[in-house]
Design a protein around this ligand. Sequence first.
Ligand code: MOS
Length: 702
Amino acid sequence: MSTITPRAMGQALDRLDGADKVRGLARYAFEHPVDHPAYLFPVQSTVAVGRITGIDRSQASAQPGVLAVLTYHNAPRLSTEDGELRVLQSDEVAFRGQIVAAVIAETSEIARHAASLVRVDYEGRTHNVDLRAEVPGHREHLRVPNEVLPLFPMDTAEGDVDAAMASAAVRVDEVYSTPWYTHNALEPHTTIACWTEEGFTLHLSTQGVTGIQAGVAQAFRLDPSQVRVISPHVGGAFGSKVYPRADVVLAAMAARSVPGRPVKFALTRQQTFSLTGYRPPTIQRVRLGAGSDGRLTAIDHRSIEQTSKLKEFAEHSTRATPSMYAAPNRGTQQWVAELDVPTPTIMRAPGEASGMFALESAMDELAIACGLDPIELRIRNEPDTHPHFHLPFSSRNLVTCLREGARRFGWERRDPTPRARREGGWLIGTGVAAATYPVLRLPGSKATIRADANGRYAVLIAAVDIGTGTRTALTQVAADALQADVEQIDLRLGDTAYPPAAEEGASAGITSWGAAICAAADQLRQRLATEHGGTVPADGLEITADTPENEYLKQYAMHSFGAQFAEVRVHEETGEIRVPRQLGVFACGRIVNPKTARSQLLGGMAWGLSMSLHEQSVLDLRFGHVVNHDLAQYHISSNADIGAVEVHWIEEDDPYVNPMGTKGVGEIGIVGVAAAIANAVYHATGIRIRDLPITLDKLLPG
Ligand code: MOS
């Protein structure tokens, strides 16, 4: 398919739904008005693994206003193999916080109170929840995952790493680790479930209405046409709202159990810590071997993560490594440990965010071992073609990003000696790291375009805008695809009443949905030209098209790249860490909307600081749950923690990625930040921290 000419694309348009959002007119799932709603509150297990031996719901049921108490005894039977969705189907408990009962009542207060009166007895078993303890101890818990998401080879061995390491002039062989991170979208997971003889209508905060429709239809043995999912506005998601989870199924079950009553269910912040997924902790070993000139002879990256016993999920933390640097001997491998924990899920840059902390920290360690500037080291190892697929890159501007970033950041003034700069009691250091994210196109989208004789176009697709600005950017894409003005486009999304769409994920939204819109626009213009003399007939013309496969995928490797820079100050006496300055330069193809794209990249960088210094879900190993399960204790970087954040990008004109020339901007902003900060902390203090987050207790011994 041919590329489209940018006219609307590239304009910094205000969000089309911005005014509605600030006026409170944009409706989020829980705010959808429904008649006579009932409210749901779940009861969560207090053991991490075991069996329910008895449930007494008499006291809860006796409360005035309680409509039903669901347990595994009376809940509707589900037909799904997805362990996450099999809510209230058996007496088995697989993690602490799992839903073991639920109360439906006239008000949320009654439901919550009655839930506290449900008495559940358990026969608990000894639990394993600690990934770090599992790794050296119980090797039988480790296995290669069946798949990682999105699909990419896990085992990428080439050459002989061990031999190359043995003969390398310079070696780095270190273990890096990252903690359990929780998404914490501003809007918690919410559902309103309505059940009629036609089926379900679900008002839901989700990243993918089509996927939820399929999951719920299967669980309840319905045809997908009997499940309508509506999600016009979403208050953040970050991966936690892609896949259907227990909360949606439970709300749907509840609606079936109280006929005629829509059921409203909003998770509390605390419940989201056990029920909505998280970024799994990782333990990663990186080995780098090089000549004394810094040219890599070996790169090897292995990662161990955790998954639950209900369902396998593996983040692909070694995914970025084979795409980064040239070396004749390379390998990656992944393992998962099945623990008595909730199932993890994707979180912004699932894989790259954790994996590039390890690889890019190791590259910094190698640069120091070789006595080379870390930017020069990366430039020396720049590959001619994709190191694993041996294909040329459709476009690759890592070196441009590094050089442009160095210029803007003032890198040439840097004295490479650690602890060389000191102001007052503060040690000052700077660090750099590379970033990458693949250009992905998800299958399963269709777009319908209806041209009206009055010059307007209705563009229908069941995509969602999770707060990123999709509605605006996709309207710009549609305008250019149709060679029309933005004002002529009426884009409708967020509803399974429109043609199916892939989820908002993998930084692939604009690519997947935009490619379908371009295909439909192409066909529409052809039909108009060949059958209607170039004018829209009086009764309009409608075309539906699928996202085409990318014919260039066999010829080119497709990635975004970036360079992350950070300045840190570490207080000599207290170990306090401040980050006054972050700078990122990205090469992400065409930028559809500079305003919303900048906000995506900036948000990613701010979150990168948060994952570097502040965030971690702390487990109580005695019970197996996250103890800091609220925003008072799980610290997310706030305004006072973030310094100056500069976002820049390189103009790229890539005709191979998709007709828009876009690569996606949702995720790459977080990639590499943690390594840039850890590298800067080393430069400031001479202390290498290989275990995130970097907290002052880890610095004080040095
Ligand atoms: Mo993104 S973590 O693929 O929603």
